[in-house]
Write a protein that binds this ligand. Structure first.
Ligand code: FPP
Length: 244
């Protein structure tokens, strides 16, 4: 049997270090089945489990998932409650596996606005994976890219005002070092499910040179094969970073 496809996948993976996913379509998945929206989110968590495991198996260094945007507070209270409940369940049920698999859990976004017990649960999960050295799973919670950039700008401006750095020190590198993703490898591939073609305030700076992939699959139907197909599609793209 030829090993060429496997070699090709390995080569792609060495170039593809960081994948981000806008997990969209839970509501439509539920509606198609005459189920409440929360059932779609529940199925969405199953997809999170499948895809995080598949990313690890593929050797992807960092996976960033958009679980709750700063705009999601506009949803009905019961839906927000359901999402928070699922996040609790996910951390409780999957933390041991993350610890075992050497996963570094990270959170981007301001989750301090969440219920105190959930904040404590997340802090504990971060602490228990802090010493790990393996793949990164970054979950975006109450995250918005524009707010992230505004906060970075404020911190840098403060430093200039206080005499800690010259004005010309505010360059791309300085901004990048202030972003919540500063520990993560550069973003290579951004996937959005469910056929929508928007970035929805997710990783706007980081996406500058990322390949964008919009797929029609609804998030609860997304699985290991879809991730592998996305990796293969990435392998077909030619990244030129503005060059020829
Ligand atoms: C978009 O679907 C999805 C979300 C707003 C939430 C994503 C959350 C999860 C998959 C579960 C929690 C995550 C973790 C990490 C445990 P939508 O409701 O906007 O779908 P629609 O556009 O079809 O209505």
């Amino acid at each position: 049997m030829s090993t060429a496809p496997l070699e090709a996948t390995r080569e792609t993976i060495t170039l593809l270090r960081h994948v981000a996913i806008i997990m969209d379509g839970n509501g439509r998945w539920a509606r198609a089945r005459h189920l409440p929206r929360a059932a779609g989110h529940h199925a969405g968590v199953e997809a999170v489990r499948r895809v995080t495991r598949a990313a690890r198996a593929l050797g992807i260094e960092a996976l960033t998932l958009y679980a709750f945007s700063s705009e999601n507070w506009r949803r009905p209270e019961d839906e927000i409650g359901a999402l928070m409940g699922l996040l609790r369940l996910f951390i409780r049920s999957d933390l041991a596996e993350m610890v075992r698999d050497n996963v570094r859990l990270r959170i981007i976004g301001d989750y301090s606005r969440f219920a105190p017990d959930l904040v404590a649960l997340l802090d504990d999960a971060l602490a228990r994976t802090a010493a790990n050295t393996g793949p990164i799973l970054a979950i975006a919670l109450n995250y918005g890219a524009q707010a992230e950039l505004a906060a970075a700008a404020r911190r840098l401006a403060e430093r200039v005002r206080d005499g800690g750095m010259p004005l010309v020190g505010i360059d791309e590198e300085a901004i990048e070092a202030e972003l919540e993703t500063r520990e993560l490898p550069p973003l290579d591939l951004m996937i959005r499910t469910s056929g929508e073609q928007r970035l929805s305030n997710f990783l706007l700076w980081q996406a500058a040179y990322a390949e964008l992939l919009f797929v029609d699959t609804l998030w609860p139907d997304f699985g290991a094969d879809d991730l592998a197909a996305a990796v293969a599609a990435f392998g077909q793209r030619q990244r030129r970073y503005g060059g020829l």
